[in-house]
Design a protein around this ligand. Structure first.
Ligand SMILES: CC(C)(COP(=O)(O)OP(=O)(O)OC[C@H]1O[C@@H](n2cnc3c(N)ncnc32)[C@H](O)[C@@H]1OP(=O)(O)O)[C@@H](O)C(=O)NCCC(=O)NCCS
Length: 181
């Protein structure tokens, strides 16, 4: 699958986004499984799966999120009718946040993430933007750096995996006055 032309990106909110809640969580689960296992840090498949044990409950929470946050922007990427990626952005207290950006592994590196991130940056024009990313997720850190994000610190994730590990996250920020667009 190397044909970006087949992929459609659309912005959906409210009921239309809520209807995708299960597919979104499935993309999220699959991308976590292919991205975050890490032998040297002791982050196992079981650890990753532990984030998705109560799948139906999480779907309900996701639906509620879309219905209660109609002002937030969500972009969804489809290959025909199949959801292959999504991006959630919000502005809170004058700071923009990319809450999630996930593309299925088979569809990564085709420009879908860049397309959705550009749309988010346009929506959050004029405000600084912060994101958090696992410290060992080097390709994604590079992806954000390409868009002018800089590492401003680190923090420990609140969630403890069943094996006792906590992820370390890098905090990255893009200050708009310094950027070109
Ligand atoms: C990070 C992510 C959203 C980027 O989306 P994408 O559609 O794959 O990215 P693009 O095709 O637009 O690539 C843009 C740039 O990102 C970098 N990049 C993206 N995927 C990469 C990969 N697998 N390996 C190395 N570099 C990568 C490259 O610099 C690339 O530029 P290039 O094509 O000129 O080489 C996507 O790869 C993804 O879902 N990754 C796993 C989940 C994740 O880390 N999400 C973010 C959580 S904070």
């Amino acid at each position: 699958m190397k044909n970006m032309k087949k992929i459609t990106t659309m912005e959906l909110s409210g009921n239309k986004a809520a209807n995708l809640a299960r597919a979104v969580l499935e993309v999220n689960r699959q991308v976590w499984l292919t991205t975050y296992q890490n032998d040297s840090l002791g982050i196992t498949l079981k650890d990753i799966e532990s984030k998705f044990t109560d799948f139906d409950e999480e779907v309900k929470k996701n639906k509620k999120y879309y219905l209660e946050n109609k002002d937030r922007k969500h972009w969804f990427a489809f290959d025909k009718s199949k959801l292959v990626g999504y991006c959630l952005a919000q502005i809170e207290d004058g700071v923009g946040k990319i809450n999630s950006i996930y593309i299925l592994k088979k569809y990564q590196h085709l420009g879908i993430g860049s397309k959705m991130l550009k749309k988010s940056l346009k929506y959050m024009k004029g405000v600084p933007i912060e994101i958090e990313c696992a410290v060992y997720n080097t390709p994604t850190i590079k992806f954000y750096e390409k868009f002018g994000f800089k590492v401003i610190g680190e923090k420990k994730e609140k969630y403890t995996f069943p094996t006792g590990t906590k992820m370390t996250l890098v905090r990255m920020r893009k200050d708009r006055e310094q950027c070109k667009e």
